[in-house]
Design a protein around this ligand. Structure first.
Ligand SMILES: [Zn+2]
Ligand SMILES: [Zn+2]
Length: 188
C-alpha cells in the first residue's frame, strides 16, 4: 500500500485522538473535489468545494468516522442533453482500523480483509475512497432534467419539453409543390 500524503486534502490526521477509546473530534472542513468524483454523466466539478461535517471517534479497533458531505453536481440529462445542476448530500460512515488490529483480525479470519476494511496508516486516514463510493452510490444511474423528460424529437432533434405540441407535417410531395404554387397564384 502506498503511504498517504498528510497534506492531501482528503487525508485526515487522527493522532490527537491518542488511541483512547471514547475520545472524539468534530471537524468541519471544505475541500476541493478530486477529479472524476461521480459518474460520466453527472459529477462534482473538479476543484469545487465539498463541504464535510465529520466526527472522528476512537474505538477499540481504530477510528470510527461518521458525517456528511455536501457538494454541487453538474451533468446532463440522458434523454435531452439539457445541462443539470444539482446538489448532492451523502452520509459517510467507516471504521478505519489500526494496522496492528488489522493483522490480528486477519489471523482469526480467512477472508482477505484488505479488500473490505479501511486502514489507518501512521494515524492518517484516507477519506477519498469512502467519499467516492458514497457519491457514486447516491447518484441516479440515468440523470434526467425532470422525472418525465420527453427527450428529443427523433425528426429534428428539438427538445420536446420546450415544445410539447411539437409535430411535423408530412413532407410535401414534390409533384404537388408546383400545383400548390399555381393555386396560390390564382388566389392572388
Ligand atoms: Zn431532459
Ligand atoms: Zn421535430
Amino acid at each position: 500500500m502506498s503511504s498517504l500524503d498528510p497534506r492531501a486534502p482528503l487525508v485526515l490526521d487522527t493522532r490527537e485522538l491518542g488511541r483512547r477509546p471514547g475520545s472524539q473530534r468534530e471537524l468541519e472542513l471544505s475541500v476541493p473535489a478530486p477529479a472524476e468524483l461521480g459518474i460520466e454523466v453527472l459529477s462534482v466539478p473538479e476543484g469545487s468545494p465539498v463541504e464535510l461535517d465529520l466526527r472522528l471517534e476512537a474505538v477499540m479497533e481504530g477510528v470510527l468516522l461518521t458525517g456528511t458531505a455536501t457538494a454541487a453536481l453538474e451533468g446532463e440529462c440522458v434523454r435531452c442533453l439539457e445541462p443539470i445542476e444539482d446538489e448532492i448530500h451523502v452520509t459517510l460512515q467507516e471504521l478505519y482500523v489500526y494496522p496492528d488490529q488489522h493483522d490480528k483480525a486477519a489471523e482469526h479470519d480467512d477472508r482477505d480483509l484488505d479488500d473490505e476494511t479501511s486502514q489507518l496508516e501512521d494515524d492518517l486516514l484516507d477519506l477519498e475512497p469512502l467519499l467516492r463510493d458514497a457519491v457514486v452510490l447516491a447518484l441516479p444511474f440515468q440523470p434526467l432534467c425532470m422525472d418525465d423528460c420527453p427527450g428529443l424529437c427523433t425528426e429534428c432533434g428539438a427538445r420536446l419539453a420546450d415544445d410539447p405540441d411539437h409535430a411535423h407535417d408530412a413532407p410535401i410531395d414534390p409533384r404537388w409543390a408546383g400545383l400548390q404554387q399555381l393555386k396560390q397564384d390564382t388566389q392572388d
